[in-house]
Design a binder for this molecule. Sequence first.
Ligand SMILES: [Cu+2]
Length: 343
Amino acid sequence: MILLLSVIIGLSVIVVFPNFSEAQSELKTFVTHSGKVIRTTGEIIDPLYTVSTVEFDPMEYLRDFDYGEVSMLPDGITVREFTIIAEDDKVMEISPGVFFNVWTYNGAVPGPTIRATEGDIVKINFINNGSKSHTMHFHGIHPAEMDGVFEIVGPGGGQFTYEFEAGPVGIHPYHCHVMPLEEHIVRGLYGVFIVDPKEGREPADEMVMVLNGFDTDFDTENNFYAANTIPFYYQHHPIQINIDELIRVYVLNMVEFDPINNLHLHGNLFDYYPTGTSTEPTFYTDMITLSQTERGIMEFEYKYPGKYLFHAHKVEFSEKGWIGMFLVNDDTEFDESDTEYDR
Ligand SMILES: [Cu+2]
């Protein structure tokens, strides 16, 4: 029995790390995006750093919506004010032992989920505390000078105030738009902007999933993939949901380098609203395909309790971290310590 176990464990190690010894012995030279020449074994960057300066909890991020500081104009229009600080010196342990220099909005990847109602005035006090120029470019409808492309915000405390009317209804990305754009995005300068319809949406257990990846060896291919930054996180910490309760997922694909990403939900189908701009679903499906910055809203409820996977059906991505699990509870009175969600 013990012998059999050892053989099984031995075989699993070979299957999981087929090139481990090869990669260990073979140092390759890479030129980073910023021109630095580094030597690394390949799949995983050498641990140049050993301390994470980013605190990020994917379970907290999942249902954390920032509605800003609310005030009202004399004509009754709601103003939502946000302060967003960009930095580019933070280090995040994106996978055990893999420390990566992320660029952040408000200290995390993704940045905060900014939320407003159609017609609100959104005011973003943007401060660039990084060492490089950065901006915030929102997808949506706004004046040219609020587009975050030509109004470069300089490093070391540069400031800009973005102000525009929230619209159209839907889920939109925001991201830095400074060249080289690829690096400013893949390092982590992105987040979600939700515009709610004035009449609201049906009450639901709402959550945000940003599909992202990290190229930790700078070869313009991702080494890790995830929903909300940390590979395999929701597989090890399943998202608790209730049976027969409407679940609404705002999903955004921010994966660079790979032309497509996708999402498959197990044991169920969902109504899908591309970009969230319509309140009528376009598809009823268990599978969506998303190109860069493509996004939408998924709505579903589970009929049966238990564990259900959701993951990229592009198997390479799911095997490198883009996989998670819903745990459908039969009992609405649950109180699990690994979720902050109170009902
Ligand atoms: Cu930038």
